[in-house]
Structure formats: C-alpha cells, structure tokens
Ligand binder design. Structure first.
Ligand code: UT7
Length: 318
C-alpha cells in the first residue's frame, strides 16, 4: 500500500474565516477538525502517482511488474483521457490497460471487487488500484453545507493472488440510481453541458442533500457489512477492525453501534482528513498497518457509501 496526503492543512478555524460556520458546529455535527488541500498546481493524477510510487517501493516492484492500472476517482484530471492513463504516462510504465472507475465514494471498494475478479479469472496477475480525489477543486467554497466536509488524498494498493488463506473473503455491493439527485455534480456532462449558465448556477460543484444522504448511508452501510460478513461465514464479533467510509463521525458511530463493536475496533480518521471520498479507506488501512495493528489473520471489514447511490463492503483476512 501507499498513500499521499497534500501538505496544506485547512482547519475548522480557517473555515470560520471563509464561511458562516464554527469549529463547534463542524466538530459536533461531523467530527472533522481539519483536512488536507491539494496545491493549486497539483492534479488528481499527481496525488495518485505519489501513492502508487510508494506502494511500488514498499512492494519492491517496478511499474512494469503490474499489468493493469485501475483508478477510482470522482474528480478526474480530465473527463477524458482517464486519470488512469495520465497516471500511466507519469509513472512511465510499458503499455498496459488503464481505466477509471466512477462509483462515488464507494469507488475503491468497487475497484477491489473488480480487481479480485480479474485476478482470479486469470485476466491480470497484478493490479495497481488507486483511490484518489481532489474534492477541493469541485467544492463550492461559498457553500457552508458542503465545503466543511471534504478533503483531498490518495491511496494505492497492489493486488495479486495470495499464496495462503489471506485476502478478500467476501464482498457485497449494490446501487440505487433512482436517488442520484441527492448527491450530484450536475454540470459539465451531457445533461448540462458547460455553459455560462452552468457556471453562474455553480453546477460544476458538488451538490448534496446532506440529511437524506446521511439516512441512506447509515442504512445501506449497516446492511451491506452484515451481508458481507454473512457470506464470509463470520460473526460480527470476529471483526478485528471495521473501516467505514469516513464522511461523518456520527455515521461511523451509528454503524459501529449497529454491529455492536468495541469502539476501539472502529477506525476513524475523519477528524484529521475530512471526507476524502475514495481515499479514506486506503489511507485508514495504510495507517492501521503503520501502527503495527494488522498482524496476519486479522479480520478487516471495510464498508462505503456514495453518490449513485452506491454501496459496498469487503471483508479481508490480513
Ligand atoms: O461521502 C458521501 C456520503 N456523504 C455523506 O454521508 C454526508 C452525509 N450527511 C452529513 O454528514 C450531514 O447531513 C451534514 C454534516 C452534511 C449536515 O449535518 P446535519 O446534522 O444533517 O445538518 P442539517 O443539514 O440538518 O443542518 C442543520 C442546520 C441548518 O440550519 P437550520 O436550517 O436548522 O437553521 C443548516 O443551515 O445547520 C446549518 N448548517 C451549518 N451551520 C454552521 C449547515 N452547514 C453548516 C455549517 N456551519 N457548516
């Protein structure tokens, strides 16, 4: 695994100077204290490449040792080419397939499931999966209901078939497109092509009905993790670590309570990074490993929810 977090830290106190909000509101409603913001000249592929390079170094591999670049993102460098292709160029790999996967904040877990299928079916031997977003560039910094929530970051995994019984034990995934309007970036696609009007109406930024999203997130993430555990043949008390998507501490707590997990088993980084979308789970997993908590045999359950709506969970034996 590898990660990249931009250097610039934006605190709640900084936000108090930008919009009508308070550290107290943000802390009690979301659990967020600070988040990282990419530099103006950084693009999504830059963050992804930095995370990928670290993952390759730690694995003792070179770019030519992988045979697919799969990038989960919601804030691509360009609508096309894909961010995966920009990353391929910057990594300087040999020719290989490279594509983006867009599934809201659930993208990296969708990516894990797709990569597993490709590896087990023999299509790929080693997949570089990157979850990366620069949400700060698609956030309306005048909208206090969204701008306090998001952050930027990247995480990368190199995935291959395991020689022992470690690895992905089970997954559960789903989507409900009928609720797409609740969390949407409406402008710039064929529905609302970029125009003076779309710019004026701030349609190139994230729009979210936070309250509705909150309710669906708690319900779907709770159900999804229970289903994945069931298909892994595991009881919820066998989970050593639960990594929920980091959108809001109240959502994370609600899922931990639903599973009746000891709070120490529920991984939280939303206080330090805000909602980094597809990067939250990889960064949390990386930090768990850095803290020396991921000994072989540990059961790690991950669960995410995002625009679409989409949801997914994955249960791993480390
Ligand atoms: O990553 C994809 C998934 N995303 C999520 O899961 C996000 C889910 N949603 C949430 O996390 C929460 O709904 C929010 C954090 C976005 C909002 O929290 P809430 O408790 O649902 O607040 P609310 O939207 O019901 O707003 C309560 C009040 C409103 O004022 P009134 O109408 O009660 O007077 C808002 O205008 O808080 C006000 N408010 C703020 N006040 C200070 C909204 N944003 C802010 C703010 N600072 N930044």
């Amino acid at each position: 695994m590898g990660i990249y977090l931009p250097e610039k830290v934006l605190t709640n106190l900084d936000l108090e100077k930008m919009v009508e909000t308070s550290d107290e509101w943000i802390t009690t409603r979301t659990g967020i204290k600070e988040r990282r913001i990419a530099a103006e000249e950084q693009v999504t592929s830059d963050l992804g490449v930095a995370a990928a390079r670290q993952a390759l170094d730690r694995a003792g591999l070179k770019p030519e040792d992988i045979d697919l670049i799969l990038v989960a993102t919601n804030s691509p460098d360009t609508l096309f080419p894909s961010t995966a292709c920009w990353i391929q160029k910057k990594l300087g790999t040999r020719e290989m397939p490279a594509f983006d996967l867009q599934a809201g904040c659930t993208g990296v877990l969708y990516g894990l499931i797709v990569a597993e299928g490709l590896i087990l079916s023999g299509v790929c031997r080693r997949v570089l999966l990157i979850g990366v977003d620069i949400l700060s560039k698609i956030t309306n910094w005048e909208d206090r209901t969204t701008c306090v929530l998001f952050g930027d970051g990247a995480g990368a995994f190199i995935l291959e078939e395991s020689a022992d019984d470690s690895g992905l034990l089970s997954h559960f995934w789903g989507a409900d497109g009928s609720l797409g309007e609740l969390l949407i970036l409406p402008g710039g696609g064929t529905l609302h092509p970029a125009s003076e009007q779309t710019v004026k109406e701030k349609m190139h930024y994230i729009h979210m009905k936070g309250n509705d999203v909150f309710k669906h997130a708690v319900k779907r993430m709770g159900e999804s993790i229970i289903e994945a555990l069931k298909s892994a043949g595991l009881d919820k008390h066998q989970v050593d670590f639960l990594i929920p998507h980091q959108a809001n501490l109240r959502i994370i707590d609600a899922i931990g309570e639903r599973l009746d997990l000891d709070p120490e088993k529920v991984v939280v980084n939303v206080d330090r990074y805000g909602n980094m979308s597809v990067a939250t789970i990889p960064v949390a997993l990386y930090e768990l490993q850095e803290e020396g908590k991921l000994q072989p045999g540990k059961i790690v359950a991950m669960v995410a929810f995002g625009a679409g709506f989409t949801w997914a969970s994955a249960v791993y034996r480390w």
